[in-house]
Design a protein around this ligand. Structure first.
Ligand code: HSE
Length: 444
């Protein structure tokens, strides 16, 4: 059978990985796909760099539209990133009848509904394994391997940059700003790290997984997003003393009233496997009603790990090319006519309705009755305390200090109730600084 003809839009880190892995493993990939997979054209603004990667094996173009217009190209691989030109070119490729493979989580989390709709109308495939957790086949696991289950929740370390920073903060006892600079120097964090450190990248990925897990549209605008910029070395240390690690988690959970979709730092029991995922690695825990808890671990970024996912999508397309669209695996796991629309689906719950447990740290005057006042407010709000840790004033503020830190772990509480209780505690004259609140997930 004729090899499937692929055009790459963008040949940076991931694109060059796709090119090299396809070359290196072409014989095995051909045996698996049932036909060859050939990159025949590449479009990149930097044509000289593109040429240096592909040599004479493919046409090199400066204009993505020229690649899309090529009638011989069967599949367009979008590796540009962002919501701007990438959206335009993906929609144009679909309109031209090309299948699309993309690693672009931002694009799908924000414009996924429009893109999947356009692809369904045109009868082409949009595949996106590389968009979540790089080389980990989490999309395939959720969509196919776990298809028997009612998925109840999933929680993932889905941003390597922030996991690297948190690991360094814990290992070296350093504050966020110091580690961020070091991560940028080593190339683990981008020059503009905003999307990573503010949790936006993780929220894009959590949004996509939530849609696949629960059969709802992608709704990035409803996600709660909080990054790691406010975390202090002291909280990481206290969490450790209480038997927890702090991780930036992307969480989505099905409850009878709706779906939780949130990204924020979380305490996780140190004994959980996911708490021990260090450095730039990614991991996702998925809980299904039949299978129980499963864990997926691997590299969430990088040239060849991401290429591994892109090529898996190309193999799927090579196998399915020409097959009736009704026989394909639906992109969001649920048949599109059963996919609830944003209005009729289980709603994404506002953060005030989320139920979780908490780590609270208050800097207080080291006086009689301070702890009783704080716990009194929590008791009146019906918030149950799980553990309390109070440090020696000398240890916190130096010799002769009259201030100390009180750390409280709570049981599950509605976030709105916690907000109200914290507002009251903050007003106590003996509470001397803004209270730190970090959510806690037992993941059991
Ligand atoms: N910037 C991402 C991360 C990789 O740090 O994990 C691509 O999604």
């Amino acid at each position: 059978m004729k090899p499937i003809q692929v055009g790459l839009l963008g040949i940076g880190t991931v694109g060059s990985g796709v090119f090299h892995v396809l070359q290196r493993n072409q014989e095995e990939i051909r045996r698996r796909a049932g036909r060859g997979i050939q990159i025949t054209a590449v479009a990149d603004l930097d044509t000289a760099r593109a040429r240096s990667i592909v040599g004479e094996s493919a046409r090199v173009l400066a204009d993505g539209r020229e690649l899309i217009a090529d009638p011989d190209i069967d599949v367009v691989v979008e590796l540009i990133g962002g919501y701007g030109v990438a959206r335009t070119l993906v929609l144009e490729a679909i309109a031209a009848g090309k299948h699309v493979v993309t690693a672009n989580k931002a694009l799908l989390a924000v414009h996924g509904t429009e893109i999947f709709q356009a692809a369904a109308e045109r009868g082409v495939i949009v595949a996106f394994e590389a968009s979540v957790a790089g080389g980990i086949p989490i999309i395939k696991a959720l969509r196919e391997g776990l298809t028997a289950n009612q998925i109840q929740w999933l929680a993932g370390i889905i941003n390597g940059t922030t996991n690297f920073i948190l690991s360094e903060m814990r290992d070296k006892g350093l504050d966020f700003d110091v580690v961020l600079k070091e991560a940028q120097r080593l190339g683990y964090a981008e020059a503009d790290p905003t999307f990573d450190i503010e949790g936006v990248d993780a929220a894009h990925k959590a949004t996509i997984m939530s849609a696949i897990a629960f059969g709802v549209p992608v709704q990035f605008d409803k996600a709660y997003v909080e990054g790691i910029t406010q975390l202090s070395a002291a909280d990481i240390r206290y969490a450790e003393q209480l038997g927890y690690r702090i991780k930036l988690l992307g969480i989505t959970r099905r409850r009878p009233e709706g779906i939780e979709l949130r990204v924020h730092p979380s305490l996780v029991p140190a004994k959980r496997l996911i708490a021990n995922v260090e450095g730039a690695m990614n991991a996702v825990v998925v809980h299904g009603d039949a299978v129980g808890t499963t864990l997926y671990y691997g590299k969430g970024a990088g040239s060849e790990p991401t290429a591994s996912a892109v090529i898996a999508d190309l193999v799927d397309i090579a196998r399915l090319e020409g097959a009736d669209a009704a026989h394909r695996v639906p992109p969001l796991a649920f048949q599109s006519h059963t996919l609830a629309t944003a209005g009729s689906a289980l709603p994404v719950l506002p953060m005030s309705e989320v139920v979780t447990s908490y780590y609270l740290r208050a800097r207080v005057a080291d006086e009689a009755g301070v702890l009783a006042k704080i716990t009194g407010v929590l008791a009146n709000a019906g918030i149950s305390i799980d553990a309390v840790l109070q440090r020696e004033a000398d240890e916190v503020g130096g010799e002769g200090s009259t201030q100390t830190d009180v750390i409280i772990l709570t049981h599950d509480t509605r976030e709105g109730d916690m907000d109200a209780a914290l507002a009251q505690i903050q007003q106590l004259p003996t509470v001397l600084a803004p209270i730190t609140r970090i959510r806690k997930e037992e993941l059991n």
